[in-house]
Each structure stands twice: as C-alpha cells, then as structure tokens.
Design a protein around this ligand. Structure first.
Ligand code: GTP
Length: 935
C-alpha cells in the first residue's frame, strides 16, 4: 500500500494505469475495483484522486481481513496438515510450474503469484503487491479450505494419483499447488492425469488453483458476495467464484461445494472426475476449468470470477482436455472476466519464429503461416499499421517486414530469387555504398603487325620485373599490372576478333580499348575495324601510336588520319587520348598506363565485392592433367574456393584457383582474372559465369540452360534480318538499322554507303557501323552478330568460314550487284519500322448547357449531344466561339449517376475533362479519335 501512495506522491496526477502498475495489477482490475467502490473512472488514463486511492486501499484491507478470517476458518476445517500443503507446497509447485506462461510472457504475474502465495502466509504485508498477494492469499486460503473440505471428500492421495499426478495435474488447467493444498495434496492429487507442476504452469498458477476445480484462493477474489467457500469444494472451488464480481465470498468456497452455484455445477462434474481418476476434491473438469479461470485469475483476483462460471459451466469430465483446450479456457476466462490478462497467455505458446526468410511478396495467409499465426492475427496487425487486408491479399516485402517486426521477429531475410536460368540477363542492382572501385579491364586491338602482342608483353614484363621479380607469368587469358598502387587488368588476347566474339556472346568484359597503330604504317583496314568494334561496344578508346622508335615514324600523320574516324586528339580540341609508345623499346609505357588509370578514374569503374561472384569465361580448355580448366574474369562479387557455379551450360565447384602470376588464390575479387579447375565440362569463351548456393542447383541450372540452348538453336533466331526487321523494331524499339557494307572497290563502297545513309524515313535511318573493301570475313559476321547488324555485300562474297559463321550466328547477309536493288530492299524493310500514321476522326459534338461545380471533382458540364456520339475513351477539344480553347482527354462521362462508355445524339450527359475546369455554358465539346492508317 505504500507503493501506490508513493506513486501518488511522486506525481501531481496519478493515473489509473500508473496506480495499477505500482500495485502490479492491471488497469482493468483497478477500474473494476473502483467501480465496485462506487467511484467509477472512465479508463486507464483517468486520474486517481486521493480519495480514490485510499478507498482502494481500504478495500484491500477489508479483503485481507476477510482472508485472514477465512484462513483461520479454513485452517480449522481442514486441519493443519492439509492446510499446509495448500499454502506452501502446492503453491510453490504451482508457482514453479506455472511460470511457463508467466515466465515467458508475464513475469509480473509470476511475481504476483508468488507474492500472493507468500501473502497468504503473511497477510500483514502492506505494500501494493502484498495487497494483491493478500487477496490471493485469501483465495488461496479459501482454496485451501475448500479443498480441504474436499480433501476429505477425496483423499488427497487418490484423486490425484489416478486422474492426474499431482505433479502434473495442476498442469495447465490449474496448478496443483494451489487447490491441491488440501483437497489434494499436490504431490498426490496430480497423480497421473496431469501433473500438477505442469498444469499450474499453463492453466493457472499453482498458487491459486485451489487444488481442484478452482482454487479456493481465488474465489475469495475481491469481494465475492456469494459464499463461495462451500460450493467450491467439489464443483468448483469456492475461491474462484469470488472473483471480483463474484457474488459469493470467496473465502468460503472451499467447503463441500455447498455454494449455491457451486453445488449445482460442481457436483455434477465431480463424479465423473472422480470416477475418471480424479481425486474427489474437485472434478477434474472442475479443476481444469476452474483451474484455468481461477488460476489465471491472476493470482490476485479477477480470475476468480471466471473460474466460477467455468467451473460450473463444464462438468469435470472435460478436465482431461486441459491441454488441448487451452483456447477454450482462455476465451472463457475472458468471458468470465476473470484473469483476462493471464489466461490468454496461458494457452499461448509463443512459437513465433525468430527469423523468417522472405522470397518476394506473399499473401496474408502465407505470411501468417510463416509466422505461425492465425491469418486474423496478421490482419489485425495490418489494421494497426493502417493496412486493410484480406487473407488473400498480397503484401509487399516492406509490409511483410513491418508485420514481422510487429510480431517481434528478430530477423527477416529477404532472398529474392533471380531469374536463375538466364542469370546473365539479370542485372543486379547494388547499393551505391556497397560498391568499391575495381581495376579497369583493357583490351588491345589494332592492325596486323602493328605491335599488339609486343605491347602486351612489354607491359606485362615491365610489371613482372618491377613488382613480381622472378615471377613467371601464366597465360590465363588476362593479367594484372600495378602502377601507382592501382591495378589494371589486360585481356591478353589481342585483336578485335576475340573482343567482338565476347560481345557477340553477350559478354561486356572490356572497359577500355587501346587501338595500336604503327607509326610507320598508318591507319589500316583492321585499324578501322577495331575502331568500329570499339565504338559499337561504346567503350572508350585510347590510341597507342607504336613503333615511334622507327626512323620513318610519323605520329602526327596517324593523328591526322584518325580524325576521319572521329578520334581527335585532345591537343586538337578532341577528347581522344593519344600516347606515342615504342613497345619494343618500352618507351612511354608508364604514360600509357597512367592514361588508362585516368580514363578509369573518369569512368569510375566499381563493383560490389561482397556478394556471390559473377563473371565471364575468357578461355577454357581440357587440360590433360587438370581436366577442364576455365580462365575466368571475375566481374562482380568475390569468387572463393569451394563455390559452386554455372559457366555457360556447364557447372562445377571451384577446386583450385591460380592468378596470372601462378599463385594459388583462395579468393578473387572484381576485375581479377583467375584460372579455375573443378568444372565438369569445358565451357566456351565468353560464357557467363555465376556462383550458386550449391552444386545441385548449379547442375540443375546448367542442364536447363543446355536444353534451352538446343531448343533455341532449333528455333527461330533473334538476330535482325531484313525479313523480320519490322517485328524486331516493334519489340525492341530499334530506330537504327545497323549495316556492315563490304564492296569490291572503294568507289562502289562509297556510293552505296552514301545512298544507304541518305535513307532516313521519319526518324529511322541506316547506320553503317563498319564498311570495307574485300570479301565478307568472319570478323564482319562477328561484328554484325554483336551489333545486331545486317551485312551487305556488293559484288563480293563471304569467305567460306564467314558463311559458316553467318549461318551459325543467324546473321543476315545480303549479296547484290545493283546498287538500286540494295536501296530498294532496305527501304522496304524499313517501312515496317515506321511509326504508324494516325488520322483524326471526329465522332460527334456536345453542347454545354449547364455547369455543376463539385468540390474534388471539378466542373461537370451538363451537355446535350448534338450530333454523332461522344465516347469515354475519346479525346475532346473545347470550342468557344469557333476557337479551340482546350484539347485533352475526357475524364468522366455519365448518364445520370452512371458511368457510360458513350452517349449518342439526342441524349444528355455529364462530362468532365481531364485537367480542365474552365468550361463555360455554350461551349462545344468535340469528341475525336485517332485512327491508324496503313502506309
Ligand atoms: N621497331 C619496333 N618494332 C616493333 C615495335 N613493336 C612491335 N614491333 C615489331 O613488330 C612486329 C609485329 O609485332 P607484334 O607484336 O607481333 O604485332 P601484332 O600486332 O601482335 O601482330 P599480330 O599478332 O600478327 O596481329 C614484331 O616484329 C615486333 O618486333 C616497336 O615499338 N618498335
């Protein structure tokens, strides 16, 4: 009692909930007590006036006094021996057992119970808890009595023995400890049926239960008006009945079940119970029921009532179902008012998972299942979160996370499955902060003999001698050099064939290209090819003017020539970096490397190293010793030993990894080239590579990919051909037709290119991505394949290998010998590319006769259709005095209150226009549509 006072003193205004808290009680309990004391309050936030506090305290004192009296009485009735168990042992058991609910969910209650129990032994304590306890105590006391009353009825040992073992019996329904005291000693009564210990745990706190039906202690409740004591005995322990509202005095209940209600109910059940193994004291059912209610009864009190009712309500026989019926109990508890708060917890085992894995959106029902909850519980949470949802409603991941956190799920792991079979097409978006700078990947291209290989070797050996003294570089398709503490990765397959082949396979590996031009030779056909390949790939170009050591070297001529290909040196106002080098003499190599770093810095190449690896197979072969080996460039994530992966249509597990220096690696981060073993088959260069969680999955994916590839090889190709150009354009919104022109002589080449590039019909134009004199080569086909281009041969034929490649890659090669035919063919194909022509068709007119201004809707024009019809889907223009004042869409079209699709001549209708409210009486609304016209 001091507590509440303290609380009050501490604050100006003491709210009900604060006061309740200080007593370790619920607000509802306090509100109920206040009501009984004729000082009703509205809710838990109401202010406790000082008078109220003292009233409540007085109330508690009365109860304590009553309880003490009853205890004394009970003691006499039951005899000391039986009384003891009730008060001490059983209670204690109960307390221990019960905690199962309370420990997990309501520690306070546990405390309360304990206190209560204690209090029953020590009624004198004066603080809030004790008050409660004291109530409890009284109940217990009663229970004790009741039980004891019963105790006689059924021998302690017996009842429990059979029906439920004392230890257990209390079990859920009700804690053995309590009621048991006398009626059946915990130890005994419980017997088999249900262990006292347990029962208590869940059903109701040991301390209370009053052994059987319902713990006497409870009955006492706050102020029961009816003599529960007696009835309690068998039917239901008096104690409970008492509860708050109980009309009978709790204290008494115990007895023989005399209580008016007690009897009727209790008696009926009792027999069964007994018969069934339960100790006489209380029918099992009674027990059980009462147990729950009473027990629950929050040690202190309210439970009591519920207990009574229940006890009575259901015959003992049910007791056996304790466990299963938790739910029932609970709900009844509520109805009965008693122990509302504790009861739900009793039955509830918190089986909410600590962690859930979410793989995309799911329905409310699915989420409920995942959370081990009823859908209704999830829906309830959603309502709290402001989302009205049905069981079948889809929830997005964010909402799922919110709901999960509401249920106190500690971790929600979101695993969005990627379209795993076509993993190369899936673009993984990384958070900006997860990205780290990676080394640029460089490819060297250029004309034959201009020094590509020499340059690559020079760069590599420069690096070897400087950083990797004595190291022997391995050929693994690429190597890394380090300059100024920054790495650069070079693909060591020179030439644009490999580059384009990669691109044709969808692998965008290169970040920067170096076009090598020999200063003594100048720009040659393959130089141009290389430039075109790089441009088609939209990769920055650095020009390395090589062989400047040669006496006839003339770098400026090279610069001059390259301006034709839009490669203008910076010093001439362009943006292309030119570096004069001598691969042979290793002149200016550092400057070249620095320029690469500069371009890299500008482009800020980044990747997320902290995820599973993805990359591209640079080369692969069957090694006699190692089996299939693949040289892979890791582009995203980090590749680790033991990772299961798919490479193209093959799969494997990384057994060993070596880098370009021949060192064994355990991990390879982005831009690192590595040679890996552990494949089951040999993939192809350019194949995409990706790590999966396990080998089984990797195998399944690779198998599906193989099947798919075979199917697509048999099926239609996806390359652009003149025949299905229109279809491709429609699907892909292609607005340029890429062509590669090969001709017999420069003159006809220029003529053809000029004519084709002039074809430009309404935004669609021909783009010559590469042209040259001579036969159609494999490289032309590869470029066409990579760039979705058509190859036009004028008076030339494809080389045999190119023909095969074109066949394989499904590249459309058109061979002509009359320029006019080429142009006509291309023009026709392009017609399909044109956007359709639309013609406006006026559907009708409406005259605005009335205006209705409706807030939130805007101005509704009450119209009469004067001719034709107006459709909801049509566009409309507003004509005022012959002038068009607005053109836009119709928002709503109504006949009376109904939305309609169209209204015809002679009918009235209401029209609102999208984003236009300035309509006036007398305006004419003209409805019109756009119709497609064939070209
Ligand atoms: N004087 C001089 N000769 C060079 C230089 N770079 C390369 N060479 C020579 O040019 C010839 C061709 O060099 P490569 O490196 O094989 O040229 P490439 O472009 O790789 O040739 P392909 O592999 O046939 O395409 C070799 O004899 C080199 O020694 C240089 O900077 N100065």
């Amino acid at each position: 009692m001091t507590k509440p006072q303290d609380g009050k003193e501490g604050k100006e205004k003491l709210r009900v909930y604060e006061y309740a808290k200080s007593l370790n009680m619920s607000s509802k309990e306090i509100i109920t007590i206040l009501k009984r004391l004729d000082t009703p309050v509205n809710n838990h936030m109401s202010v406790m006036e000082s008078g109220m506090v003292s009233k409540v305290e007085g109330f508690f004192r009365d109860i304590k006094a009553n309880a003490a009296a009853k205890r004394a009485q009970g003691g006499q009735q039951a005899g000391t021996s039986s009384a003891r168990p009730t008060e001490k042992r059983p209670e204690q058991q109960g307390v221990h057992t019960i905690p199962r609910q309370e420990q997990t969910q309501q520690p306070n209650q546990q405390d309360r119970q304990v206190t209560m129990n204690t209090t029953s032994n020590n009624n004198q304590s004066s603080n809030g808890t004790q008050q409660r306890s004291s109530q409890g105590g009284s109940r217990n006391g009663q229970g004790g009595q009741n039980r004891s009353g019963q105790g006689q009825g059924r021998p302690q040992g017996q009842g429990g023995g059979q029906g439920r073992p004392a230890g257990q019996g209390g079990g859920q329904g009700r804690p053995a400890g309590q009621g048991g005291g006398q009626g059946r000693p915990a130890g005994q009564g419980g017997g088999q049926g249900r262990p006292a210990g347990q029962g208590g745990g869940q059903g109701r706190p040991a301390g209370q239960g009053g052994g059987q039906g319902r713990p006497a202690g409870q009955g006492g409740g706050y102020g029961g008006n009816r003599p529960g004591g007696q009835g309690g005995g068998q039917g239901r322990p008096a104690g409970q009945g008492g509860g708050y509202g109980g009309s009978r005095p709790a204290g008494q209940g115990a007895g023989a079940g005399t209580a008016s209600r007690g009897e009727s109910r209790s008696t009926a059940p009792a027999p069964r119970t007994f018969g069934d193994n339960k100790p006489a004291g209380g029918g099992q059912r009674d027990f059980s029921r009462s147990g729950p209610s009473g027990g629950a009864g929050r040690s202190g009190g309210p439970g009591g009532q519920g207990g009574n009712r229940r006890g009575g309500g259901k015959p003992g026989g049910q007791g056996g179902r304790f466990d299963d019926r938790g739910g029932n109990f609970r709900s009844r508890g509520k109805n009965g008012r008693g122990g509302k708060s504790s009861q739900p917890q009793r039955d509830k085992i918190d089986n909410t998972p600590k962690k859930i894995i979410v793989r995309g959106s799911m329905t409310v029902g699915e989420l409920a299942k995942l959370l081990h909850k009823d859908a209704s519980e999830v829906i309830k949470k959603l309502i709290f979160l402001g989302v009205m949802a049905t069981i079948n409603q889809e929830l997005d991941i964010e909402t799922i996370q919110l709901v999960a956190s509401e249920f106190k799920v500690e971790e929600v792991e979101v695993k969005i499955p990627v379209e795993e079979d076509d993993f190369e097409t899936v673009e993984e978006k990384d958070e900006e902060e997860s990205l780290e700078t990676r080394a640029p990947v460089v490819t060297i291209m250029g004309h034959v003999d201009h020094g590509k290989t020499t340059l690559l070797d020079a760069i590599r050996s420069t690096n070897v001698t400087s950083g990797e003294a004595g190291g022997i570089t391995q050929h693994i398709g690429a190597y890394q050099v380090e300059i100024n503490q920054k790495k650069i990765t070079f693909l060591d397959t020179p030439g644009h064939e490999a580059f384009t082949m990669m691109r044709a396979r969808g692998a965008e590996v290169t970040d920067i290209t170096i076009i090598v031009v020999a200063a003594d030779d100048g720009v040659m056909p393959q130089t141009v090819e290389a430039i075109n390949h790089a441009k088609a790939a939209k990769v920055p170009i650095i020009v390395a003017v090589n062989k400047i050591d040669k006496p006839d070297a003339n770098p400026d001529t090279i610069k001059q020539e390259l301006t034709k290909y839009e490669l203008v040196p910076e010093e001439w106002g362009g943006d292309t970096i030119f570096v004069n080098v001598s691969a042979k003499q290793r002149t200016n190599l550092e400057e070249l490397l620095e320029m690469i770093l500069l371009v890299a810095e500008v482009n800020d190449y980044k990747a997320n190293p902290n995820k599973r690896a993805r990359g591209t197979v640079l080369e692969a072969e069957l090694d006699k010793g190692k089996g299939p080996v693949a040289r892979v460039l890791v582009q995203h994530g980090t590749l680790k030993i033991g990772d299961a992966f798919v490479a193209g249509n093959t799969f494997g597990r990384v057994r060993a990894m070596i880098n370009d220096k021949g060192r064994r690696l355990k991990e390879a981060d982005p831009s690192t080239p590595v040679e890996i073993t552990g494949l089951t088959e040999v993939p192809q260069a350019g194949d995409p590579f990706m790590v999966f969680e396990d080998e089984r999955k990797a195998r399944a994916i690779s198998e599906r990919r193989s099947i798919k590839q075979r199917q697509s090889e048999m099926g239609a190709n996806s390359r652009v051909t003149l025949d299905d150009l229109y279809k491709h354009i429609k699907e892909g919104e292609i607005k340029d037709l890429n062509v590669i022109i090969k001709a017999d002589v420069q003159g006809s080449l220029e003529a053809l290119r000029g004519s084709l590039e002039k074809i430009e019909v309404e935004g669609v134009r021909v783009k010559s991505i590469h042209n040259g004199v001579g036969a159609i080569t494999e490289s032309d086909v590869a470029l066409a394949s990579a760039s979705n281009a058509i190859v036009i041969g004028f008076n030339v034929r494809p080389e045999s290998q190119a023909a095969v490649a074109a066949e394989q890659e499904k590249v459309d090669v058109r061979l002509h010998n009359i320029i006019y035919n080429v142009i006509e063919e291309i023009e026709q194909a392009m017609k399909g590319m044109l956007d359709p022509i639309f013609k406006e068709v006026v559907t009708g007119h409406a005259e605005v006769r009335n205006l209705f201004k409706v807030s939130k809707v805007g101005t509704i024009a009450g119209c009469m259709i004067t001719d034709g019809k107006i459709s909801r889907s049509a566009e409309a223009r507003v004509i005022r005095g012959g002038i068009v004042v607005h053109q836009g869409k119709i928002d709503t079209l109504k006949r009376f209150k109904d939305d309609v699709k169209e209204v015809s001549q002679g009918y009235e209708c209401g029209i609102t226009l999208e984003k236009f409210n300035d309509i006036q009486e007398g305006d004419i609304i003209e409805g019109f549509t756009q119709e497609k016209v064939e070209r």
